[in-house]
Design a protein around this ligand. Structure first.
Ligand SMILES: [Zn+2]
Length: 233
């Protein structure tokens, strides 16, 4: 279905971006993205997905909002004690009333995942689930120096293959904001055909400087299975 007048007006500047057009915008509108994990990148990622026009956003986060929830600009003191998924869904709708955002419930079938686990181990378990479901996904890791966004198209080297040990420094809200926005952008690129760049990649941000590298499959990894057939290693 073509974009409505309200949608054309809402996304006017985005539609002017090279490679972006009404077709790509319609693709974003048709996407159903499950944002999962209660890490520092979650709220910024939700904001950017909503603002860009991802049509359906499901927030999979079972925790309650706490004063140190790390959601910063997204959630205020009045939200403390509320389920974080409901509060973030409301925040997403306030960012863009044209999108649907609600807490994730079992049985909802996403077309892609944005994974913001509080730790790489948590993210790895969810990324494995996404890989087995053959859903494209991006993982946001936040650490004390910044963090990384790992984009995993279907059949590509998995998150475990792409991950490098971090410095172990405690993550910061600033890093969460930067990496959350970056991870959302990487997912938008996976969902659309805007960029011709290699999509199986990891963007590492170290003190504000990004480093992009293609991911490689590690020998013997479980991701070298049937779902990877036909794709480059
Ligand atoms: Zn792998």
């Amino acid at each position: 279905m073509a974009l409505s007048e309200a949608e054309v007006a809402r996304y006017a500047r985005q539609l002017l971006l090279p490679g972006m057009g009404e077709g790509a915008q319609e693709t974003l509108r048709g996407a159903r993205v499950r944002v999962t994990g209660g890490g520092l990148a979650t709220a910024p990622a939700v904001y950017y997905l909503a603002a860009a026009g991802v049509g359906t956003i499901w927030i999979d986060d079972p925790d309650l909002v706490t004063p140190d929830t790390g959601a910063g600009f997204a959630l205020g003191r009045a939200d403390a004690g509320r389920p974080r998924a409901a509060a973030l869904a409301e925040f997403a709708r306030s960012a863009n009333a044209l999108v649907t955002a609600e807490p994730f419930r079992p049985g909802m079938r996403a077309t892609a995942l944005l994974i913001c686990g509080a730790t790489p181990d948590v993210s790895r378990a969810i990324a494995d689930e996404a890989r087995l479901l053959q859903l494209p996904h991006v993982v946001a890791d936040v650490d004390g120096q910044g963090g990384a966004a790992t984009a995993v198209p279907v059949g590509a080297p998995c998150y475990a293959c792409a991950t490098r040990p971090g410095l172990g420094a405690p993550p910061t809200a600033e890093g969460g904001a930067a990496v959350g926005a970056l991870a959302a952008l990487e997912l938008l690129l996976l969902l659309t055909s805007v960029s011709q760049e290699p999509r199986a990649r990891r963007v590492e941000v170290f003190r504000g400087t990004p480093l992009v590298r293609a991911t490689e499959r590690q020998p013997g990894c479980a991701c070298m299975g049937p779902s990877a057939a036909g794709l480059a290693p």
